[in-house]
Every structure is written in C-alpha cells, then in structure tokens.
Ligand binder design. Structure first.
Ligand code: ZN
Length: 251
C-alpha cells in the first residue's frame, strides 16, 4: 500500500525510503505507523551514512516527504531524541546528534562491560540450535559484505550483537544494547576513519567459534578486541552536510 504513494513523489521520498526495504524485518510485529516509519527511515539513514551528525532535521520538510502532519514528525523526532540519535534545541529545532569523543568512549566502555558479561553467561548455556542460528546469521553477513550492500551489512553486523543478547532471553539487556548499538552507529559514522566491515565479519566468525567450544575466556577476549578495534578507529573529524544534499534525488 505505501508502494503507490511512493510513486507520486519519487524524488523527495527516495533517499529516506530506500533505507527501509529488508532493513528491519525482525523489528516490527505489526505494520509500523507513520511515526515509526519516520523513526526507522531516519535511523537507517544515519546507519547508512546518508544523514550525518549535525544535520538539521526540518519538521516541515520531513512532513512533506512522508506526507504526514508535523505532529507525527515531532513524535518521531522526540522518540529519536530519547534514543540519543537526535538533539532537540529550543527555538532551533532538531538535529542529528553529534556525540562527543568522551560520550563515544563511554558508550563503547559500557558495551564492553555488558557484552563481556553476556558472553560469559552465553558460554555456559548456549545450545546447538542457537549456534546453528548464529552460523546462519554469519552467512547473511558474509553475503551482504560480499555484494557491498552497505545498509544491509551495517544492520546485520549490529544485529549480530542483538542476536547474542536475545539468546539470553533478557529483554532489559536486549533493550539496553539496542540503544547502545544505535548510538555506536552514529559514533562510528562520525568518528570512524574507515569502516572495516570485513574485519568485523571475521571477528564475528571467531566469536562464534569460541562460543561453540564454550571457551568463555577466548570469547570474552575476542569481544574485547572486537570492540576495542572499533573504538581505536575513532578520530575527531565530524562531518555535517546539508539535509537537502541527503534528500536530493540520486537519479
Ligand atoms: Zn560486531
């Protein structure tokens, strides 16, 4: 059904909507509402590196693109602000957040604490079917990396960490990690000198190997190295192009 509306204004809708197909298949149990659609499109555009930190998110422009009211756009921006992906400034409006280097370090530190503990627990309880589903996930990652599907691989590489969290059946942990992973994407977008998708993929394979051997020590060490290597690549070099550039039709 949204397919039809997309055709009406392909020029203004392309950039944000392109991010959606296949992206958050596992996320929604129902068809997401307009607010959720906007949240997902902006989140994905950030992850996909088309919406840079500091970019102004003009309410009216977004309302026009999605053919919805400004109230719905405001709701979406509020949610993104709670997720720390957007900053709301009184009288100035909404901007893609620009996390500081210090905030970036803190996010990765917390991830390290949580994910090390998570792996230790997982090594004690992971089942064969869970290993098999991790292998299936790795296969998808590999394919996305091979066909240079940037949004797909970025999402899958982040999802890997979510899959691990969900295997423990701890929703609080899964929620915390979802938040931290989105913030990590924004931070990587802002500070990462080069995105080493292949490198991350290799790390994930080694992690699953360690889990399969129930080798907690190795798994934790690999996770530490994995997160540290992402953090090591951070540098202070924020980029902030104009929203119009991002939304300009590609054709
Ligand atoms: Zn990873």
């Amino acid at each position: 059904m949204p397919q039809k509306r997309q055709q009406i204004q392909p020029q203004s809708t392309d950039s944000l909507r392109e991010a959606r197909p296949g992206a958050a298949v596992s996320a929604g149990d129902a068809v997401p509402g307009a607010t959720q659609r906007i949240v997902e499109a902006i989140t994905t555009a950030i992850v996909e590196r088309r919406l840079m930190p500091g970019t102004k998110l003009a309410e009216q422009k977004i309302a026009d693109i999605f053919e919805v009211s400004r109230t719905l756009v405001r709701q979406a921006l509020n949610q993104l602000s709670r997720d720390h992906l957007v900053t709301l400034e009184p009288a100035r409006g909404a901007f893609v957040a620009t996390p500081s280097i210090e905030e970036a370090r803190q996010v990765f530190q917390v991830r390290l604490m949580l994910e090390s503990a998570m792996l230790r627990q997982l090594c004690a309880c992971i089942t064969e079917p869970q290993i098999a589903s991790l292998r299936a996930h790795l296969q998808q990652e590999r394919e996305a990396v091979a066909r240079v599907d940037v949004p797909g691989r970025t999402r899958l590489l982040a999802d890997f960490h979510m899959v691990l969290a969900r295997m423990l059946g701890n929703e609080v942990l899964a929620d915390l990690l979802t938040d931290l992973l989105s913030r990590s994407s924004l931070i990587s977008l802002m500070y990462q000198s080069s995105h080493s998708a292949q490198h991350s993929q290799d790390d994930h394979v080694r992690l699953v190997d360690a889990l399969e051997k129930r080798d907690a020590r190795a798994a934790v060490r690999l996770m530490e190295q994995h997160i540290a290597s992402v953090e090591r690549n951070l540098r202070l070099d924020p980029k902030s192009p104009d929203l119009a550039d991002v939304l300009r039709p590609l054709n």
